[in-house]
Design a binder for this molecule. Structure first.
Ligand code: NI
Length: 183
């Protein structure tokens, strides 16, 4: 397994629309293993292939506390939705920032598993929110898109400023500037 690099906002490659997987073969299964390793290492509870610059419709998730519930969805499609829920979301591609997003409370997702078999899954709670967040990634959408344009622009500037600070200063070992704690 190989840990992959996670793209970070505002990288324009995060805006790519992912393509459907036609055949679930060993290459796809290797990719999925890499995605799990990258997600657990980050650490995160969900990862879309888009985030590692692979534009195929695959997402992985594990919302358990002890890494005991790995889930993989290939070509996921939400076929029904119920209710509405607001929650604070974070994203491995926007590290250090949290945004309140409104999502469907319960969903039924149709997808392929790692053997290429199709299945329908009823999801609620954190896993439902996570899968909706990751499907957004596959569609080139980020949780910051749910903010007003003004708030999003403020966030973008803050992120770029932090990145610049990190690059100019925090690559050296003796950085003690407290501003870095934001990222
Ligand atoms: Ni994300």
């Amino acid at each position: 397994m190989t840990k992959r690099v996670i793209l970070e906002y505002p990288d324009s490659r995060l805006r790519t629309l992912a393509n459907k997987v036609n055949v679930v073969d060993d290459d796809i299964r290797i990719l999925i293993n890499d995605m799990f390793e990258t997600m657990y290492d980050a650490p995160g509870i969900g990862l879309a292939a888009t985030q590692i610059n692979v534009h195929k419709r695959i997402l992985v998730a594990d919302t358990s506390v002890d890494k005991s519930d790995p889930r993989c969805f290939i070509n996921p499609e939400i076929i029904s939705r119920e209710g509405e829920v607001d929650s604070e979301e974070g994203c491995l591609s926007v590290p250090g920032f949290y945004v309140s997003v409104s999502r469907s409370e319960k969903i039924i997702v149709s997808a392929l598993d790692q053997e290429g078999n199709s299945f329908d899954y009823s999801l609620d709670g954190l896993l439902s929110i996570c899968v909706q967040h990751e499907i957004d990634h596959l569609d080139g959408k980020l949780f910051v898109d749910y903010l007003s344009p003004l708030k999003r622009e403020r966030l973008r500037k803050k992120i770029l400023k932090n990145k610049k600070h990190k690059k100019d200063c925090c690559d050296s070992d003796d950085c003690s500037n407290p501003r870095v704690s934001v990222l």
